[in-house]
Design a protein around this ligand. Structure first.
Ligand code: AP5
Length: 235
């Protein structure tokens, strides 16, 4: 059974951090619509050029554009054995479109990462990412000057400016928070306390997935089916 995991939560909740980690340990792709848009901006594509101003204001890119991006991405072969979605859906219209795209696939498992607003603002104000490869700097240090992966310069994300963060949070409450109610009625929905250290959050996500029975997770974080066979990993 493929594990199709969806991370919900406000900006700064830790969706990207956990999605990256989960995808790596399960050998399934992380599909982050924010990363896809930032890559498009950096590459100067049509979509990137049109999305940049919207992202810099902290608003959402048009549903039709985002649904088109997501459709193209999850239809690629590497997503057939499962995926982790980070940043999509952001509206009920996107969620309804995703339900259509999931026809014939294993069900979505949805985790909502819950973190109070003052902590979100604190995290985003102190986040640094690499100007070259987009990877986030490790948490907590504050003294890093270069990217640990490629040596690139660490900079603030353009939408992590405090005024833009406040706007992103407003947009989250208005357009994305209704998704919690949209998914809460499903047996595969779980809430996670995102204020804990990342290792603890990851362990709670693994336990939550196991509790749904959709795809159990073994001790080293690999998805296993009901017979204990690892899913999505290389033999
Ligand atoms: P996107 O990139 O998706 O941004 P976001 O949802 O605002 O999420 P963030 O990346 O800010 O936060 P996160 O929850 O991933 O937290 P992270 O792990 O990075 O979208 C950007 C923009 O693109 C949108 O505003 C919109 O314009 C557009 N867009 C994207 N998708 C769209 C869509 N579907 N529809 C329309 N528009 C779309 O962690 C944050 C910080 O906290 C990091 O520094 C991290 O190290 C730290 N941290 C993580 N976990 C912990 C922890 N447990 N304890 C302490 N610190 C932690």
């Amino acid at each position: 059974m493929a594990l199709n995991l969806l991370m919900l939560g406000p900006p700064g909740a830790g969706k990207g951090t956990q999605a990256e980690r989960f995808a790596r340990t399960h050998n399934i792709p992380k599909i982050s619509t924010g990363d896809i848009l930032r890559e498009a901006v950096a590459a100067g594509t049509d979509i990137g050029s049109r999305a940049k101003a919207t992202m810099d204001r902290g608003e959402l890119v048009n549903d039709d554009v985002m649904i088109g991006i997501l459709r193209e991405r999850i239809e690629r072969e590497d997503a057939c054995g499962g995926f982790v979605l980070d940043g999509f859906p952001r509206t009920v219209a996107q969620a309804a479109a995703l339900d259509g795209l999931m026809a014939g696939r294993d069900p979505l498992t949805v985790v909502d990462i819950v973190v109070p607003e003052p902590e979100l603002v604190r995290r985003l104000a102190s986040r640094l990412i690499c100007e070259s490869c987009g990877v986030g700097a490790p948490m907590g240090g504050g003294s890093e000057v270069a990217c640990a992966r490629c040596g690139g310069k660490l900079v603030q994300r353009t939408d992590d400016d405090e005024a833009v963060v406040r706007e992103r949070l407003k947009v989250y409450h208005r357009q994305s928070e209704p998704l919690v109610e949209y998914y809460r009625v499903r047996p595969t929905f779980r809430s996670i306390d995102g204020t804990q250290p990342p290792d603890r959050v990851a362990a709670d996500i693994a336990a939550a997935i196991e509790s749904t029975g959709v795809g159990a997770v073994d001790g080293v974080g690999k998805a296993v089916d009901k017979n204990g066979v690892r899913q999505g990993a290389q033999p």
